[in-house]
Ligand binder design. Structure first.
Ligand SMILES: [Zn+2]
Length: 117
């Protein structure tokens, strides 16, 4: 996304749960954010495993994880081009949730790059 829409942006949901016609899927708006859909689909598989076990509450938490992602358009300081940046979301923090583990891996990757010269 390189231009600001300059107006109201509807909430974004992942494409696999696309239910309303007016709500755009994240992968439709931002090519860069396509991994969300893949990891969210993997979380659903993990949630199904938990659903039939004594850890049913984990299945419910994973089901609610990252359902609504709030992105904001932020300008690049150098080029002035706008891109989507995650501003708020609700995550489940279940150890085996694919979305949460993917985000955790991104955090550790960023920390590793930060200390490298
Ligand atoms: Zn999660």
């Amino acid at each position: 996304m390189t231009e600001a829409t300059g107006g109201f942006m509807p909430p974004i949901i992942s494409s696999f749960q696309k239910k309303e016609k007016d709500t755009p899927a994240l992968s439709e708006l931002s090519e860069r954010d396509k991994p969300w859909d893949k990891h969210r689909a993997n979380s659903d598989v993990i949630g199904d495993y938990y659903a039939d076990s004594e850890f049913r509450q984990y299945s419910e938490r994973i089901g609610d994880c990252s359902q609504f992602l709030d992105f904001k358009l932020t300008p690049n300081a150098e080029t002035g081009a706008y891109k989507l940046k995650l501003s708020s979301a609700r995550f489940c923090h279940v150890r085996h949730c694919a979305v949460c583990q993917w985000r955790r891996s991104l955090m550790w990757k960023a920390k590793a790059y930060k200390i490298l010269p």
